[in-house]
Design a protein around this ligand. Structure first.
Ligand SMILES: Nc1nc2c(ncn2[C@@H]2O[C@H](COP(=O)(O)OP(=O)(O)OP(=O)(O)O)[C@@H](O)[C@H]2O)c(=O)[nH]1
Ligand SMILES: [Zn+2]
Length: 302
């Protein structure tokens, strides 16, 4: 049989097999040994060229990636939906700002889903949180997985590209995902059954197609903790990961200003005048101090 070549998208990785969606159908593929030699493994979200012989496929080439994450193992993400509950548990802004910064660092658009709005008696409780991040330049959706309020605009916003949900444990990721994609629970249950209950492998990831377009990447056990454990931002890079700092970065008195304590720092002045939120500056400072502790060899290793 003469081999045939196709372009496609890896929509699922499981047990050494990759499922590649092409215009002609989805094929189970193996990766060529050469990727292993080069230390590259294909990721869900990769655009690839495959060689097909009958139903069996081999991944021949991986297109250049826009970005990739280690945990979850996904490439070419367009958006990271950061799920944060307005109460129970109350939002942890430092954790949220860390997730946002990592997304910015990776050129993934951070989007906020402020959830559990149904637990608030009046909207001022979450309006403040929403306003804080809208003013910083982000898309924010106030949602409830219980009443489904606000979930439709979010779903429409996600209807192209590859999206991934991330949040603190208990924030309501799974509930929100299920509100947006009611058949997702069923699909993940099937996978759990195949893999054995509770034995999710960390290599497993899958893209689920939203009705009407777009994908949601779902990987078991993915939380905010994992994201910041595996991704590190150098201190020099941190300033560009806080988008509302951008208009001020050229205005500091000293070149190489760290924006933490310097005299004549335009970022600190803007924060003092309320043009940058105090909590965002505080998160930046904490992350900057953390980044100073990272050793060069640790960065090289990654
Ligand atoms: N009232 C209300 N409760 C919610 C909402 N979303 C989630 N919950 C509840 O919050 C708890 C945590 O929700 P999950 O969806 O399991 O949260 P998760 O982020 O997936 O948590 P992990 O699986 O631990 O990462 C559950 O008891 C949900 O029923 C919501 O919009 N409103
Ligand atoms: Zn400065």
């Amino acid at each position: 049989m003469t081999p045939e070549y196709q372009q496609g998208l890896i929509v699922r990785a499981l047990g050494g097999f990759y499922y590649v969606k092409t215009p002609g159908g989805t094929y189970e593929c193996k990766a060529r040994g050469l990727f292993r030699k080069e230390g590259i493994s294909p990721l869900v979200g990769d655009r690839v060229k495959i060689q097909l012989t009958g139903q069996q496929g081999f991944i021949e080439e991986i297109d250049e990636r826009r970005n990739s994450l280690i945990r979850p193992p996904v490439a070419n993400l367009d958006r990271l939906v950061l799920v944060v509950s307005v109460v129970s548990p109350p939002p942890n802004l430092l954790v949220l700002d860390k997730m946002i910064a990592i997304a910015e660092y990776k050129n993934i658009e951070p989007v906020l889903a402020v959830t559990k709005t149904d637990l608030c008696e009046d909207s001022s409780e979450y309006d403040r949180l929403c306003a804080l991040y809208r003013e910083a330049g982000f898309r924010v959706f106030a949602v409830s997985a219980v009443t489904r309020e606000g979930t439709r605009p979010l779903r429409e916003y996600l209807s192209d590209g590859i999206n991934c949900f991330c949040g603190n444990t208990g924030a309501g990721k799974s509930s929100l995902l299920n509100a947006i994609m009611p058949d997702l629970a069923l699909k993940t249950a099937e996978i759990s059954q195949k893999l054995g209950r509770g034995r999710h492998t960390t290599r497993h990831a899958e893209l689920y197609e939203l009705e009407g377009g777009g994908y949601i990447a779902d990987t078991p056990g993915f939380s905010a903790v994992e994201l910041s454990r595996y991704e590190v931002i150098r201190k020099e890079e941190l300033q560009r990961c806080f988008r509302e700092f951008a208009p001020y970065l050229d205005g500091c008195r000293f070149t190489g200003c760290s924006h933490t304590c310097e005299k004549g720092c335009a970022v600190l002045i803007a924060a003092g005048e309320g043009r940058i939120a105090e909590s965002r500056l505080q998160s930046y400072r904490v992350m900057y101090e953390d980044a100073k502790q990272i050793k060069e060899w640790e960065l090289d290793k990654r």
